[in-house]
Design a protein around this ligand. Structure first.
Ligand code: HEC
Ligand code: HEC
Ligand code: HEC
Length: 417
């Protein structure tokens, strides 16, 4: 890459001093500046969350096989352990960099954008190589890749040439001179390494990130990944910096709700392992993301009423299930009888009129019973789709701003996610 001194004006009017930060841009936090290459590589690999996608449920780390359901079929992640036959042990550094930056596999075929290379394109070559060095030290696993189960024409990898040409930021990370070093670091992490926009942005019909509404809310594995722009109503503009930091670090922002599903996994495997200075940098950047307002994104309601009000009856199947199976932990007023994490009021998922996240939470449960602060049993086997729909609709109607109307059929689909 060429480093030019002095300010440079881009077509969109941004003034960028390439010389100011370019040599300092790296995903390695200052706490690890003196660490060895492998320690740096491990940190970067965790911050990029490579393991989450490249490990099947109950499978060996990085050996691939995790299923991703897309609108046109199912795909499985490949093996990225150092095994020379079924993994990437035989790949050259250049081939690895090309895959992570451009979404091109070793044989030249195009990879689908379920692999977040549009975000990783912003990473420096050096960071990608540090990840490569670390991956070369993880246990080798011999496990062949599963073929795509896409229907025609989506199984035609060559079509991806067009997608990639349209949707990939090809310039690498360009620091913005008027912004602080901390902001630039946060931008590198949020936009690139931690790839928040991949889940939190809508997708186009071709499944590429819709950058026009970046951070305006998207989806991941059936879950809604809410608006994280600075919009005060549908985004996180009125969260305090501490609330955002705690949510990323611990998966719970007091008074704002908990991270469940894919967000809980990202917190556990990735964000909770980042340094406080990196979390702070991400918060600094996030607070400057321009507001994307969206009427489709849930607005928040105040505390739930303690006695029935019109349109929100406390009776019926949902109410019965709630009092029998949920109120013991969540309390009848939803404010979390046992632990603060179980507060249902002022929680985005509960204010989501699709009720998708609420239904998935009831189906899947959360955590291990050995940790009572963050444990919720799975009700998958205890209730039918219709019963789960009823209690989900009860929860949103009772504790949220708009009652949901999730159907048994929709719950059935979520059960299979
Ligand atoms: C959000 C999920 C996700 C994350 C995070 C992710 N990957 Fe992947 N990756 C995929 C998927 C899906 C594919 C397969 C795409 C295809 O087959 O078209 C893939 C493909 C690859 C390939 C190509 C392998 C081959 O045999 O062609 C490499 C290399 C790779 N990923 C490395 C990484 C690294 C390194 C990281 C972390 C920096 C990472 N991935 C993070 C989902 C992910
Ligand atoms: C793998 C997908 C995925 C990635 C990557 C991801 N998120 Fe999320 N995020 C979600 C989902 C799903 C939810 C909803 C969780 C719930 O309902 O409990 C969520 C919720 C949130 C919320 C709470 C929003 C609200 O209104 O309650 C914040 C804040 C957030 N994410 C920030 C981030 C940031 C910052 C990053 C990157 C550092 C990030 N997320 C990366 C999927 C993701
Ligand atoms: C054993 C205690 C327990 C029981 C029983 C329980 N929950 Fe929970 N629930 C929790 C805890 C703890 C959390 C917060 C988990 C975390 O830390 O992420 C939670 C979180 C939730 C959330 C928030 C999800 C999100 O994405 O923000 C919803 C909705 C929910 N529970 C609904 C229910 C419903 C409906 C029932 C009954 C069918 C139920 N819970 C039964 C303990 C429980």
């Amino acid at each position: 890459m060429l480093f030019l001194p002095g300010p440079l004006a881009f077509a969109d009017g941004t003034q960028v001093d390439l010389g100011a930060y370019a040599d300092k841009v790296t995903g390695v936090p200052k706490e690890l500046a003196g660490a060895d290459y492998l320690t740096k590589g491990k940190y970067l690999t965790e911050a990029a969350d490579c393991m989450a996608c490249h490990t099947a449920k109950g499978g060996k780390p990085f050996a691939g096989g995790r299923a991703f359901k897309l609108p046109f079929g199912t795909m499985y992640t490949p093996n990225i352990t150092p095994d020379r036959e079924t993994g990437i042990g035989n790949w050259s550094d250049a081939e690895f960099i090309r895959a992570v930056h451009k979404g091109i596999s070793r044989d030249g075929s195009r990879l689908y954008p379920a692999f977040p290379y549009a975000s990783y394109a912003l990473l420096t070559d050096e960071d990608v190589l540090a990840i490569r060095r670390y991956l070369a030290t993880v246990p080798s696993v011999r496990q062949a890749n599963k073929p795509l189960a896409f229907s025609f024409p989506y199984n035609q990898r060559w079509l991806m040439i067009f997608w990639s040409a349209f949707f990939r930021p090809s310039d690498g990370f360009r620091p913005v001179a008027e912004r602080s070093a901390e902001w630039n670091r946060g931008a590198y992490l949020v936009e690139g390494l931690a790839h928040c926009g991949e889940c939190h942005s809508p997708r186009t019909v071709a499944q590429a990130m819709d950058t026009r509404s970046k951070f305006g809310g998207g989806a991941a594995e059936g879950w809604n990944a809410y608006n994280i722009s600075s919009d005060r109503k549908s985004g996180i503009g009125d969260w305090t910096p501490q609330q955002i930091a705690e949510y990323l670090k611990k998966g719970h922002a007091p008074g704002r709700g908990v991270a469940s599903g894919p967000m809980a996994e990202a917190v556990e495997l990735s964000f909770s392992k980042m340094t406080d200075s990196d979390i702070a940098a991400m918060v600094t950047f996030l607070r400057t993301v321009p507001p994307v307002s969206s009427s489709r994104q849930p607005q928040m309601a105040g505390p739930a009423p303690t006695s029935p009000v019109a349109g929100k009856p406390f009776t019926g199947t949902g109410a019965k299930i709630f009092s029998g199976s949920c109120a013991g932990c969540h309390n009848w007023n939803g404010r979390g009888a046992l632990v603060v994490e179980a507060q249902l009021t002022n929680n985005r998922a509960v204010n989501d009129a699709t009720a998708a996240n609420v239904a998935l939470m009831i189906l899947n449960g959360f955590g291990k019973s050995s940790n009572p602060r963050a444990f919720m049993p799975s009700f998958r086997e205890s209730y039918t789709d219709a019963e789960i729909a009823a209690v989900a609709n009860y929860v949103t109607g009772r504790f949220g701003s708009v009652p949901s109307h999730i159907t048994a059929d929709e719950v059935k689909k979520l059960r299979e996610e």
